[in-house]
Ligand binder design. Structure first.
Ligand code: AHR
Length: 339
């Protein structure tokens, strides 16, 4: 009798679990395997992104196959092929650079695995046929926002009559954020003849490389008899590296040289509050919950949005008081940062 009861309970459990799986729509329905091909761990932003996406997938009750490509496109291509071989149900993919994906994305498509693209852009013919959804930030607008903050700040400081010498720390060459942040920033400062970008070089989105490139910028400027007025860094990590180089050169970061970054990571907020940095433009890495919503839509037979773009803000400790509708206090936001 006891044995029969145990079998009945076991069968009921199996039935309940099967019913939950059949209901689908994710939300802990189990059974799904999601492959996540991540670029690397070059910045606080990237680590925040890895944690957000991984936690959201596992939190939904799905199995995660994670691959860190260590900044190498060939590693990402190998990871995507490995996901195909393993027969995953979904692939989440943040492409390191824009081009060179044609063959492997065709293979993913031929395998019938829905691909959710996150973060960066790709550039290939009919690219929208190769992903079900693309969850991202608007990199060009981020570059525009950084330039608009700078112009507002120089105006507020009464310096728009001066010649202003800007140096630029670019992200990974060929990546969407490098291409479009540069375009947005250059186009906006290019409308003002007193704003000149005198040196521009990649720091590969890394703090150490940002520091090394800034040291070279300072040496070149000194040998040309120039001063540097502004650093525009394509991410906060490189801005923080530049701060170290500026300090080691005997200058006062945030005062002698204005420093504007992108990402809005916690360490940048702390530098802004300390007066070592001046502003940062938000680019949210918290894409995980949106990835889960897309998969839940697909599991339930709904069509997810083709493109999802996160809103952004600009944070500082000065202009937010003058233009509260355009800028936000870094001190008010720092407590909410999780990356
Ligand atoms: O693609 C987003 C960029 O990549 C972030 O701005 C940068 O910090 C990261 O490495």
């Amino acid at each position: 009798m006891k044995k029969a009861l145990a079998v009945l309970i076991a069968l009921t459990l199996v039935f309940v679990m099967a019913a939950a799986c059949a209901e689908g729509g994710g939300g802990g329905s189990g059974n799904l395997t999601v492959g996540f091909s991540q670029i690397g761990s070059e910045s606080d932003w990237r680590i925040g992104n890895t944690v957000s996406v991984s936690n959201a997938i596992e939190g939904a009750g799905w199995d995660l196959l994670f691959d860190d490509a260590n900044q190498q496109q060939e590693n990402q291509i190998a990871a995507l092929r490995n996901f195909i071989t393993q027969g995953v149900d979904y692939i989440v993919f943040g492409p390191i650079v824009e081009t060179g994906w044609d063959a492997v994305l065709q293979e993913v498509k031929d395998a019938g695995i829905p691909l959710i693209m996150i973060d960066r852009t790709i550039n290939m013919p009919n690219q929208e046929n190769f992903y079900v959804s693309w969850i991202t930030n608007n990199f060009e607008e981020e570059g525009v926002a950084a330039a608009e903050w700078l112009i507002a700040y120089l105006e507020h400081e009464g310096r728009m009559g001066e010649d202003i010498n800007i140096v630029e720390l670019q992200g990974t060459v060929g990546s969407g954020p490098q291409i479009y942040r540069m375009q947005g920033f250059h186009a906006t400062v290019g409308r003002h003849s007193n704003l000149r970008i005198s040196q521009t070089e990649t720091g590969n989105f890394e703090t150490e490389e940002g520091k090394r490139v800034m040291e070279t910028f300072l040496q070149v400027a000194a040998s040309n008899g120039e001063t540097i007025d502004v650093v525009f860094a394509h991410n906060d990590g490189m801005a923080l590296g530049a701060i170290q180089a500026i300090r080691e050169a005997g200058l006062n970061p945030g005062v002698d040289i204005i420093i504007v970054g992108i990402d809005a990571v916690k360490a940048a907020f702390e530098a802004i509050i300390a007066g070592d940095m001046n502003a940062t433009v938000e680019c949210s890495p918290l894409l995980g919950p949106l990835v889960v919503e897309v998969i839940q839509d697909l599991e339930a037979g709904r069509t997810p949005p083709k493109t999802i773009i996160n809103p952004r803000g600009t944070f500082d400790m000065s202009l937010y008081q003058v233009f509260p509708d355009r800028f936000t206090s870094a001190a008010a936001e720092v407590g909410n940062r999780v990356y």
